[in-house]
Design a protein around this ligand. Structure first.
Ligand code: DCP
Ligand code: MG
Ligand code: MG
Length: 363
């Protein structure tokens, strides 16, 4: 793993992943608008839209009924998750044959650190070009790749020339590449934050870079510092492989401090679902479930439980996290301002114990 400024980082992402797999396996769908997802009659949503469907304005997460209205000739296909998962694990193996430094982000995308492979005419752009060819010949599917010196620039670059794109941002060109782009390309700026930033006349990544962190903190909260560094082209985060990853967690700051068990239970259930989703996408199971709470006085408390069987699905994680929360609420009269749920213990869990652990981290 290297952290210098001349790293070679690739971000690879399948084009219209689920929809492309369907077009590959059912050739009658080629060149047709396809939406993979739930039925429009059952309030289903679009998981993936083929590029032909996107011309009609159809996107992921849109209700399928809206997609059908926008494009009556659309072919609606039910997802075949087992097939997508199989393609995903096979392509991750192809990535790992190139470099052991692969960090999967979801079923259809990963970062690859190829810094150690650079020698003579073996360059990151050349590696990316060969990889695109190999994936197409082995799987009959196209990927878009961004190549640069950091994760964030590589990820933004891979999204720029989709489908079947190869976007290279050479060392030294990161800032001139990033600054003219709209703020929405930055991971962590969702529709709500983007609307608020635009109200302040912050439209481009360059506009973010020139703001004081305090202005950004009002809108982006604790993400402000990270997002500002990224907009300045600074991102030294390493590519973390599956084996190195120690935990997966999700946390949220409450709008108002609360001690209400109903509210807190609901948040814990939502966070557990997000963690489960993330574990499933990375095909990980963990033996320890952790609950993190920040009290009104800003002290942090974590409680964790190690289970005899590794967990992955939402109900298993929710059950343990709610148990930890119930124990905490029974023993305290505090209000809480932040809640987090995490799962760890992915590989060999050496010490297995059921008792709850209590640890104060102070602040
Ligand atoms: N997915 C989903 N629901 C979403 C977004 C995505 O079920 N809201 C699934 C279906 C996608 C897959 O994850 O095919 C990969 O997500 P991407 O965001 O990479 O989207 P696509 O691969 O479909 O399209 P793109 O070409 O924009 O990457
Ligand atoms: Mg994709
Ligand atoms: Mg993706």
């Amino acid at each position: 793993m290297s952290l210098g400024e001349n790293r070679g980082i690739l971000h690879a992402d399948f084009d219209a992943f689920y929809a492309s797999v369907e077009q590959r396996d059912f050739p009658e769908l080629i060149n047709r608008p396809v939406a993979v997802g739930g039925s429009p009659r059952k309030r289903g949503v679009v998981a993936s839209a083929s590029y032909e469907a996107r011309k009609f304005g159809i996107k992921s997460a849109m209700p399928m009924s809206v997609a059908v209205r926008k494009c009556p000739e659309i072919v609606v296909v039910s997802p075949r998750f087992a097939v997508y998962k199989e393609v995903s694990s096979r392509v991750m193996k192809v990535f790992r044959d190139i470099t052991p430094l692969v960090e999967p982000l979801s079923l259809d995308e990963a970062y690859l650190d190829v810094t150690h492979l650079i020698v003579g005419n073996v360059t990151p752009p050349q590696i990316a070009k060969n990889l695109k060819g190999e994936v197409f010949s082995k799987f009959g599917l196209t990927i878009s790749i961004g190549v640069s010196t950091s994760k964030s620039v590589a990820k933004i670059a891979s999204g720029i020339n989709k489908p079947n794109g190869l976007t290279i941002v050479r060392p030294g060109n990161e800032i001139s590449f990033l600054h003219p782009l709209p703020i929405e390309v930055v991971w962590g700026i969702g529709p709500k934050s983007s609307a608020k930033l635009r109200e302040l006349s912050i439209y481009t990544v360059g506009d973010i870079a020139s703001q004081p962190t305090e202005t950004l903190s009002d809108i982006l909260g604790s993400n402000a510092t990270h997002i500002k560094s990224i907009s300045e082209g600074v991102d030294l985060r390493p590519v973390i492989t599956q084996r190195e990853r120690k935990s997966i967690s999700s946390e949220t700051t409450l709008l108002e401090d609360s001690a209400d068990p109903t509210d807190l239970n609901e948040i814990v259930m939502r966070l557990s679902g997000q963690v489960a989703d993330s574990l499933l996408k990375r095909d990980l199971r963990g033996s320890t479930v952790k609950l993190k709470l920040r009290r009104s006085d800003f002290t942090i408390l974590t409680r964790q439980k190690t289970l005899p069987e590794k967990v992955q699905i939402p109900s298993e994680i929710t059950e343990s996290a709610l148990e930890l929360l119930a124990y905490e609420l029974e023993h305290s009269n505090d209000k809480y301002r932040l809640i987090g749920v995490g799962v760890s213990g992915f590989s060999t869990a050496e010490s297995r114990h059921d008792e709850m652990q209590l640890r104060f981290e102070g602040f």
